[in-house]
Design a protein around this ligand. Structure first.
Ligand code: ATP
Ligand code: MG
Length: 429
Protein backbone atom coordinates (compact mmCIF):
# COMPACT_ATOMS: atom_id res chain seq x y z
CA UNK A 1 0.00 0.00 0.00
CA UNK A 2 1.28 3.42 -0.80
CA UNK A 3 2.15 5.58 2.15
CA UNK A 4 -0.17 8.56 2.37
CA UNK A 5 1.40 11.88 1.51
CA UNK A 6 2.15 14.11 4.45
CA UNK A 7 3.91 17.36 5.16
CA UNK A 8 7.41 17.13 6.59
CA UNK A 9 7.53 16.99 10.39
CA UNK A 10 7.86 20.47 11.86
CA UNK A 11 6.75 22.15 8.63
CA UNK A 12 3.19 23.32 8.94
CA UNK A 13 0.39 24.34 6.66
CA UNK A 14 -1.19 27.58 7.74
CA UNK A 15 -4.85 26.90 7.14
CA UNK A 16 -7.49 29.36 5.91
CA UNK A 17 -8.92 29.67 9.41
CA UNK A 18 -5.50 30.80 10.68
CA UNK A 19 -4.43 33.15 7.90
CA UNK A 20 -6.61 36.11 8.93
CA UNK A 21 -4.72 36.36 12.22
CA UNK A 22 -1.36 35.98 10.44
CA UNK A 23 -2.27 38.71 7.99
CA UNK A 24 -3.45 40.98 10.76
CA UNK A 25 -0.16 40.46 12.59
CA UNK A 26 1.99 40.89 9.49
CA UNK A 27 0.00 43.92 8.36
CA UNK A 28 0.33 45.58 11.76
CA UNK A 29 4.11 45.10 11.76
CA UNK A 30 4.50 46.24 8.14
CA UNK A 31 2.55 49.43 8.78
CA UNK A 32 4.58 50.18 11.89
CA UNK A 33 7.86 49.66 10.05
CA UNK A 34 6.70 51.88 7.19
CA UNK A 35 5.82 54.58 9.68
CA UNK A 36 9.28 54.46 11.25
CA UNK A 37 10.90 54.76 7.83
CA UNK A 38 12.17 51.20 7.32
CA UNK A 39 12.26 49.68 3.83
CA UNK A 40 11.57 46.11 2.89
CA UNK A 41 14.19 43.88 1.28
CA UNK A 42 13.53 40.40 -0.12
CA UNK A 43 16.32 37.85 -0.26
CA UNK A 44 16.32 34.31 -1.68
CA UNK A 45 15.47 31.45 0.62
CA UNK A 46 18.53 29.45 -0.43
CA UNK A 47 22.15 30.63 -0.19
CA UNK A 48 25.60 29.10 -0.43
CA UNK A 49 26.31 27.12 2.75
CA UNK A 50 29.55 29.03 3.15
CA UNK A 51 27.62 32.24 3.82
CA UNK A 52 26.05 30.88 6.99
CA UNK A 53 29.23 29.16 8.17
CA UNK A 54 31.15 32.39 7.86
CA UNK A 55 28.58 34.70 9.40
CA UNK A 56 26.78 32.70 12.04
CA UNK A 57 29.89 30.83 13.14
CA UNK A 58 31.02 27.21 12.81
CA UNK A 59 30.52 26.32 16.45
CA UNK A 60 27.00 27.63 16.92
CA UNK A 61 23.98 25.35 17.36
CA UNK A 62 22.61 26.48 14.03
CA UNK A 63 25.65 25.62 11.94
CA UNK A 64 26.65 22.56 13.95
CA UNK A 65 23.35 20.75 13.85
CA UNK A 66 20.35 22.69 12.58
CA UNK A 67 20.94 23.57 8.94
CA UNK A 68 19.17 22.06 5.96
CA UNK A 69 22.15 21.65 3.67
CA UNK A 70 22.15 19.84 0.35
CA UNK A 71 24.08 19.60 -2.84
CA UNK A 72 22.80 21.38 -5.92
CA UNK A 73 22.78 19.53 -9.24
CA UNK A 74 26.03 21.21 -10.15
CA UNK A 75 27.72 20.22 -6.92
CA UNK A 76 27.44 23.46 -4.95
CA UNK A 77 26.63 23.16 -1.28
CA UNK A 78 23.44 25.13 -0.62
CA UNK A 79 21.50 25.75 2.58
CA UNK A 80 17.91 26.76 3.29
CA UNK A 81 18.34 29.96 5.25
CA UNK A 82 18.18 29.41 9.02
CA UNK A 83 17.97 33.17 9.70
CA UNK A 84 17.93 36.42 7.76
CA UNK A 85 20.88 38.52 8.88
CA UNK A 86 23.53 36.67 6.88
CA UNK A 87 21.61 36.92 3.62
CA UNK A 88 20.75 40.56 4.28
CA UNK A 89 24.40 41.44 4.83
CA UNK A 90 25.34 39.50 1.72
CA UNK A 91 22.73 41.40 -0.28
CA UNK A 92 23.73 44.89 0.86
CA UNK A 93 27.39 44.12 0.18
CA UNK A 94 26.69 42.60 -3.21
CA UNK A 95 24.69 45.66 -4.29
CA UNK A 96 26.96 48.18 -2.60
CA UNK A 97 24.09 49.91 -0.83
CA UNK A 98 25.91 50.39 2.47
CA UNK A 99 29.09 51.70 0.85
CA UNK A 100 30.49 55.10 1.81
CA UNK A 101 28.65 54.99 5.11
CA UNK A 102 25.17 54.96 3.54
CA UNK A 103 22.57 54.32 6.19
CA UNK A 104 20.17 51.47 5.46
CA UNK A 105 17.14 50.63 7.59
CA UNK A 106 15.81 47.37 6.23
CA UNK A 107 13.27 44.72 7.11
CA UNK A 108 12.29 41.36 5.71
CA UNK A 109 9.72 38.66 6.28
CA UNK A 110 9.61 35.01 5.40
CA UNK A 111 10.26 31.39 6.24
CA UNK A 112 13.43 30.15 7.98
CA UNK A 113 14.54 26.54 8.31
CA UNK A 114 16.21 24.78 11.22
CA UNK A 115 16.37 21.08 11.96
CA UNK A 116 15.27 21.26 15.59
CA UNK A 117 13.02 19.08 17.70
CA UNK A 118 9.50 20.21 16.80
CA UNK A 119 7.28 21.22 19.72
CA UNK A 120 4.90 24.03 20.60
CA UNK A 121 6.51 27.26 19.42
CA UNK A 122 9.44 25.47 17.79
CA UNK A 123 9.25 24.22 14.23
CA UNK A 124 11.54 23.25 11.37
CA UNK A 125 10.03 25.74 9.00
CA UNK A 126 9.08 28.87 10.90
CA UNK A 127 8.61 32.50 10.00
CA UNK A 128 10.38 35.63 11.06
CA UNK A 129 10.06 39.32 10.58
CA UNK A 130 13.56 40.72 10.87
CA UNK A 131 15.11 44.11 10.68
CA UNK A 132 18.68 45.33 10.14
CA UNK A 133 20.16 48.82 10.35
CA UNK A 134 23.56 49.59 8.83
CA UNK A 135 25.97 52.45 9.46
CA UNK A 136 24.40 53.87 12.58
CA UNK A 137 26.55 53.07 15.58
CA UNK A 138 25.00 55.05 18.43
CA UNK A 139 22.73 53.78 21.17
CA UNK A 140 19.92 55.95 19.75
CA UNK A 141 19.21 53.45 17.00
CA UNK A 142 19.39 50.47 19.39
CA UNK A 143 16.82 52.34 21.47
CA UNK A 144 14.66 52.98 18.39
CA UNK A 145 14.54 49.26 17.56
CA UNK A 146 13.44 48.43 21.07
CA UNK A 147 10.96 51.32 21.22
CA UNK A 148 9.40 50.14 17.98
CA UNK A 149 8.84 46.64 19.31
CA UNK A 150 7.46 48.11 22.54
CA UNK A 151 4.92 50.06 20.46
CA UNK A 152 4.09 46.89 18.55
CA UNK A 153 3.35 44.95 21.73
CA UNK A 154 1.11 47.83 22.77
CA UNK A 155 -0.80 47.82 19.48
CA UNK A 156 -1.22 44.06 19.66
CA UNK A 157 -2.41 44.16 23.27
CA UNK A 158 0.35 41.87 24.61
CA UNK A 159 2.61 44.43 26.29
CA UNK A 160 1.85 43.21 29.81
CA UNK A 161 2.87 39.69 28.91
CA UNK A 162 6.39 40.38 27.62
CA UNK A 163 9.54 41.43 29.40
CA UNK A 164 12.69 42.99 27.97
CA UNK A 165 16.02 41.42 28.90
CA UNK A 166 19.14 43.37 28.14
CA UNK A 167 22.89 42.86 28.19
CA UNK A 168 26.03 44.25 26.65
CA UNK A 169 28.71 41.97 25.27
CA UNK A 170 31.19 44.79 24.76
CA UNK A 171 33.58 45.11 21.85
CA UNK A 172 35.36 42.04 20.59
CA UNK A 173 38.48 43.06 22.58
CA UNK A 174 36.68 43.30 25.88
CA UNK A 175 34.73 40.17 25.11
CA UNK A 176 38.02 38.42 24.42
CA UNK A 177 39.37 39.43 27.83
CA UNK A 178 36.15 38.29 29.48
CA UNK A 179 36.20 34.99 27.61
CA UNK A 180 39.68 34.29 28.96
CA UNK A 181 38.60 34.98 32.53
CA UNK A 182 35.49 32.84 32.10
CA UNK A 183 37.43 29.94 30.62
CA UNK A 184 39.93 30.09 33.45
CA UNK A 185 37.15 30.02 36.06
CA UNK A 186 35.11 27.29 34.38
CA UNK A 187 38.19 25.13 33.74
CA UNK A 188 38.83 25.16 37.47
CA UNK A 189 35.30 23.72 37.92
CA UNK A 190 35.42 21.45 34.89
CA UNK A 191 34.15 18.33 36.65
CA UNK A 192 31.00 20.03 37.88
CA UNK A 193 29.92 21.11 34.40
CA UNK A 194 27.45 19.14 32.31
CA UNK A 195 28.75 17.43 29.19
CA UNK A 196 27.41 20.02 26.78
CA UNK A 197 29.03 22.83 28.72
CA UNK A 198 32.35 20.98 28.87
CA UNK A 199 32.27 20.81 25.11
CA UNK A 200 31.24 24.45 24.75
CA UNK A 201 34.00 25.51 27.10
CA UNK A 202 36.36 24.55 24.29
CA UNK A 203 34.34 25.78 21.31
CA UNK A 204 32.12 28.67 22.39
CA UNK A 205 32.58 29.33 26.12
CA UNK A 206 30.15 32.27 26.37
CA UNK A 207 27.36 29.86 25.46
CA UNK A 208 27.92 28.04 28.75
CA UNK A 209 26.29 31.07 30.38
CA UNK A 210 22.85 30.22 29.04
CA UNK A 211 22.91 26.57 30.03
CA UNK A 212 19.68 25.06 31.34
CA UNK A 213 21.60 22.57 33.51
CA UNK A 214 21.11 23.25 37.25
CA UNK A 215 24.57 22.05 38.35
CA UNK A 216 26.31 24.20 35.78
CA UNK A 217 24.07 27.12 36.75
CA UNK A 218 25.24 26.69 40.33
CA UNK A 219 28.86 26.90 39.20
CA UNK A 220 28.05 30.06 37.26
CA UNK A 221 26.82 31.96 40.31
CA UNK A 222 30.36 33.00 41.23
CA UNK A 223 31.71 33.20 37.69
CA UNK A 224 33.27 36.45 36.44
CA UNK A 225 30.71 38.94 35.08
CA UNK A 226 30.87 40.52 31.63
CA UNK A 227 29.86 43.86 33.15
CA UNK A 228 33.21 44.00 34.99
CA UNK A 229 35.11 43.60 31.74
CA UNK A 230 33.26 46.13 29.61
CA UNK A 231 35.49 48.72 27.96
CA UNK A 232 34.61 52.39 28.46
CA UNK A 233 33.14 52.80 24.99
CA UNK A 234 30.76 49.85 25.39
CA UNK A 235 29.86 50.97 28.88
CA UNK A 236 28.93 54.47 27.64
CA UNK A 237 26.99 52.96 24.74
CA UNK A 238 25.04 50.73 27.12
CA UNK A 239 24.32 53.64 29.48
CA UNK A 240 23.12 55.65 26.47
CA UNK A 241 20.70 52.89 25.57
CA UNK A 242 19.38 52.49 29.10
CA UNK A 243 18.81 56.22 29.57
CA UNK A 244 16.78 56.32 26.35
CA UNK A 245 14.65 53.37 27.43
CA UNK A 246 14.12 55.15 30.76
CA UNK A 247 13.10 58.31 28.90
CA UNK A 248 10.40 56.44 26.96
CA UNK A 249 9.41 54.49 30.07
CA UNK A 250 10.25 51.02 28.79
CA UNK A 251 11.01 48.65 31.66
CA UNK A 252 13.88 46.17 31.31
CA UNK A 253 15.84 43.68 33.33
CA UNK A 254 19.57 43.31 33.01
CA UNK A 255 20.50 39.72 32.31
CA UNK A 256 24.26 39.17 32.42
CA UNK A 257 23.74 35.61 31.14
CA UNK A 258 22.13 36.76 27.93
CA UNK A 259 24.74 35.99 25.26
CA UNK A 260 22.61 34.95 22.25
CA UNK A 261 23.44 31.93 20.17
CA UNK A 262 25.30 33.53 17.32
CA UNK A 263 28.94 34.49 17.18
CA UNK A 264 28.49 37.85 15.58
CA UNK A 265 27.03 39.99 18.36
CA UNK A 266 28.81 42.88 20.09
CA UNK A 267 27.67 45.51 22.57
CA UNK A 268 23.85 45.47 22.84
CA UNK A 269 21.97 42.18 22.97
CA UNK A 270 18.32 41.90 23.94
CA UNK A 271 15.41 39.50 24.06
CA UNK A 272 11.69 39.99 24.58
CA UNK A 273 10.53 37.02 26.63
CA UNK A 274 7.18 35.79 27.86
CA UNK A 275 6.09 33.20 30.39
CA UNK A 276 2.83 32.52 28.53
CA UNK A 277 4.14 30.08 25.93
CA UNK A 278 5.84 27.46 28.07
CA UNK A 279 9.43 26.62 27.25
CA UNK A 280 9.61 28.58 23.97
CA UNK A 281 9.55 31.95 25.67
CA UNK A 282 11.58 34.26 23.41
CA UNK A 283 9.38 36.09 20.93
CA UNK A 284 11.90 38.60 19.61
CA UNK A 285 15.66 38.76 19.86
CA UNK A 286 18.50 40.78 18.51
CA UNK A 287 21.49 42.94 19.03
CA UNK A 288 24.41 44.80 17.59
CA UNK A 289 26.93 43.19 15.24
CA UNK A 290 29.47 45.86 14.43
CA UNK A 291 32.14 43.42 13.20
CA UNK A 292 30.03 41.19 10.98
CA UNK A 293 30.12 43.07 7.69
CA UNK A 294 33.89 43.28 7.79
CA UNK A 295 34.11 39.63 8.74
CA UNK A 296 32.11 38.89 5.60
CA UNK A 297 34.47 40.80 3.39
CA UNK A 298 32.99 44.32 3.45
CA UNK A 299 34.38 47.64 4.63
CA UNK A 300 33.85 48.31 8.33
CA UNK A 301 30.09 48.85 8.63
CA UNK A 302 28.19 48.79 11.88
CA UNK A 303 24.96 46.86 12.17
CA UNK A 304 22.15 46.25 14.59
CA UNK A 305 18.98 44.22 14.19
CA UNK A 306 16.46 41.78 15.55
CA UNK A 307 14.09 39.07 14.45
CA UNK A 308 10.73 38.07 15.84
CA UNK A 309 9.11 34.67 15.53
CA UNK A 310 5.72 34.97 13.88
CA UNK A 311 4.41 31.59 15.09
CA UNK A 312 5.18 32.47 18.69
CA UNK A 313 3.59 35.90 18.45
CA UNK A 314 0.47 34.55 16.75
CA UNK A 315 0.30 31.97 19.55
CA UNK A 316 0.53 34.84 22.04
CA UNK A 317 -2.40 36.63 20.41
CA UNK A 318 -4.42 33.43 20.63
CA UNK A 319 -3.36 32.62 24.18
CA UNK A 320 -4.12 36.12 25.44
CA UNK A 321 -7.26 36.28 23.28
CA UNK A 322 -6.10 39.47 21.62
CA UNK A 323 -7.84 38.77 18.33
CA UNK A 324 -9.61 41.80 16.90
CA UNK A 325 -13.22 41.10 16.08
CA UNK A 326 -13.04 42.56 12.55
CA UNK A 327 -10.56 39.96 11.35
CA UNK A 328 -12.88 37.03 11.92
CA UNK A 329 -15.46 38.50 9.54
CA UNK A 330 -14.39 38.22 5.94
CA UNK A 331 -17.60 38.89 4.11
CA UNK A 332 -19.63 42.10 4.37
CA UNK A 333 -22.44 41.29 2.00
CA UNK A 334 -23.69 38.04 0.41
CA UNK A 335 -25.78 38.14 -2.73
CA UNK A 336 -28.41 35.43 -3.29
CA UNK A 337 -30.11 35.11 -6.67
CA UNK A 338 -32.92 32.76 -7.61
CA UNK A 339 -33.33 31.70 -11.21
CA UNK A 340 -31.21 32.18 -14.28
CA UNK A 341 -32.39 35.69 -15.07
CA UNK A 342 -31.79 36.88 -11.53
CA UNK A 343 -28.34 35.30 -11.53
CA UNK A 344 -27.32 37.29 -14.61
CA UNK A 345 -28.74 40.51 -13.20
CA UNK A 346 -27.06 39.78 -9.86
CA UNK A 347 -23.68 39.28 -11.48
CA UNK A 348 -23.92 42.58 -13.36
CA UNK A 349 -25.20 44.38 -10.25
CA UNK A 350 -22.36 42.98 -8.12
CA UNK A 351 -19.78 44.24 -10.59
CA UNK A 352 -21.36 47.72 -10.64
CA UNK A 353 -21.28 47.83 -6.85
CA UNK A 354 -17.63 46.69 -6.85
CA UNK A 355 -16.77 49.50 -9.27
CA UNK A 356 -18.10 52.01 -6.79
CA UNK A 357 -16.99 50.33 -3.55
CA UNK A 358 -13.69 48.60 -4.31
CA UNK A 359 -13.08 47.74 -0.66
CA UNK A 360 -16.45 46.13 -0.09
CA UNK A 361 -16.21 42.43 0.62
CA UNK A 362 -19.06 41.23 -1.53
CA UNK A 363 -19.59 37.55 -2.12
CA UNK A 364 -21.91 36.33 -4.85
CA UNK A 365 -23.57 32.98 -4.29
CA UNK A 366 -22.19 30.30 -6.57
CA UNK A 367 -23.81 26.98 -7.35
CA UNK A 368 -27.42 28.22 -7.35
CA UNK A 369 -29.60 26.46 -4.76
CA UNK A 370 -32.96 26.87 -3.10
CA UNK A 371 -33.93 29.92 -1.08
CA UNK A 372 -33.20 28.02 2.10
CA UNK A 373 -29.78 26.72 1.06
CA UNK A 374 -28.55 30.07 -0.27
CA UNK A 375 -29.71 31.74 2.88
CA UNK A 376 -27.89 29.24 5.00
CA UNK A 377 -24.69 29.93 3.07
CA UNK A 378 -25.18 33.67 3.44
CA UNK A 379 -25.52 33.30 7.18
CA UNK A 380 -22.56 30.94 7.47
CA UNK A 381 -20.34 33.31 5.51
CA UNK A 382 -20.49 35.71 8.42
CA UNK A 383 -21.87 38.49 6.22
CA UNK A 384 -23.67 41.39 7.86
CA UNK A 385 -26.26 41.64 5.09
CA UNK A 386 -27.81 39.43 2.45
CA UNK A 387 -28.90 40.84 -0.89
CA UNK A 388 -31.83 39.01 -2.43
CA UNK A 389 -32.80 38.86 -6.07
CA UNK A 390 -35.95 36.82 -6.78
CA UNK A 391 -38.84 37.16 -9.21
CA UNK A 392 -40.49 40.02 -7.32
CA UNK A 393 -37.27 41.99 -7.03
CA UNK A 394 -36.52 41.45 -10.72
CA UNK A 395 -39.95 42.76 -11.69
CA UNK A 396 -39.42 45.93 -9.67
CA UNK A 397 -35.67 46.37 -10.39
CA UNK A 398 -34.89 46.35 -6.70
CA UNK A 399 -32.87 44.14 -4.43
CA UNK A 400 -33.96 42.81 -1.06
CA UNK A 401 -31.61 44.07 1.63
CA UNK A 402 -31.73 41.85 4.69
CA UNK A 403 -29.72 42.41 7.87
CA UNK A 404 -28.38 39.04 9.05
CA UNK A 405 -27.17 40.07 12.48
CA UNK A 406 -30.35 41.49 13.88
CA UNK A 407 -30.05 45.12 12.78
CA UNK A 408 -33.64 45.71 11.64
CA UNK A 409 -36.12 44.60 8.96
CA UNK A 410 -35.63 43.67 5.32
CA UNK A 411 -36.03 46.60 2.89
CA UNK A 412 -36.10 47.02 -0.86
CA UNK A 413 -33.37 49.12 -2.46
CA UNK A 414 -33.39 50.27 -6.09
CA UNK A 415 -30.46 48.84 -8.09
CA UNK A 416 -29.09 52.31 -8.80
CA UNK A 417 -29.15 53.24 -5.14
CA UNK A 418 -27.54 50.04 -3.85
CA UNK A 419 -23.90 51.14 -3.73
CA UNK A 420 -24.76 54.38 -1.97
CA UNK A 421 -26.86 52.49 0.55
CA UNK A 422 -24.13 49.93 1.24
CA UNK A 423 -21.62 52.72 1.73
CA UNK A 424 -23.68 54.03 4.62
CA UNK A 425 -24.08 50.73 6.44
CA UNK A 426 -20.83 48.82 5.91
CA UNK A 427 -17.63 50.16 7.40
CA UNK A 428 -15.05 49.39 4.78
CA UNK A 429 -11.56 48.23 5.69
P1 ATP B 1 15.66 29.82 20.76
O1 ATP B 1 16.58 30.13 21.91
O2 ATP B 1 14.20 29.80 21.14
O3 ATP B 1 16.08 28.62 19.98
P2 ATP B 1 17.10 31.46 18.94
O4 ATP B 1 18.00 32.26 19.78
O5 ATP B 1 17.63 30.27 18.24
O6 ATP B 1 15.79 31.06 19.76
P3 ATP B 1 16.91 33.53 16.94
O7 ATP B 1 17.86 32.92 16.00
O8 ATP B 1 17.33 34.70 17.72
O9 ATP B 1 16.35 32.40 17.91
O10 ATP B 1 15.55 33.87 16.18
C1 ATP B 1 14.72 34.96 16.54
C2 ATP B 1 13.34 34.49 16.93
O11 ATP B 1 12.84 33.59 15.98
C3 ATP B 1 13.27 33.73 18.22
O12 ATP B 1 13.23 34.61 19.30
C4 ATP B 1 11.98 33.00 18.08
O13 ATP B 1 10.88 33.85 18.35
C5 ATP B 1 11.98 32.64 16.62
N1 ATP B 1 12.46 31.27 16.41
C6 ATP B 1 13.73 30.83 16.40
N2 ATP B 1 13.79 29.51 16.14
C7 ATP B 1 12.50 29.10 15.99
C8 ATP B 1 11.87 27.85 15.68
N3 ATP B 1 12.59 26.74 15.47
N4 ATP B 1 10.52 27.80 15.59
C9 ATP B 1 9.77 28.92 15.78
N5 ATP B 1 10.31 30.12 16.06
C10 ATP B 1 11.64 30.23 16.16
MG1 MG C 1 17.57 28.20 18.57
Amino acid sequence: MSKSLQAIRGMNDILPEQTPLWRYFEGTVARLLDNYGYKQIRMPIVEFTELFKRSIGEVTDIVEKEMYTFEDRNGDSLTLRPEGTAACVRAVLEHGITGGGQVQKLWYIGPMFRHERPQKGRYRQFHQIGLEVFNLDGPDIDAELITMTWRLWGELGIRDAVKLELNSLGTSESRGRYREALVEYLSAHHDKLDEDSQRRLKTNPLRVLDTKNADTQAVLVDAPKMADYLDDESRAHFEGLKSRLDAVGIPYVLNPKLVRGLDYYSKTVFEWVTDRLGAQGTVCAGGRYDGLVEQMGGKPTTGVGFAMGIERLVLMLETLEQIPEEISRQVDVYLCAFGEEAELAGLALAERVRDQLPNLRLQVNAGAGSFKSQFKKADKSGALYALILGDDEMAQQVVGFKPLRGQGEQQSIAWDALAAHLATCVVQG
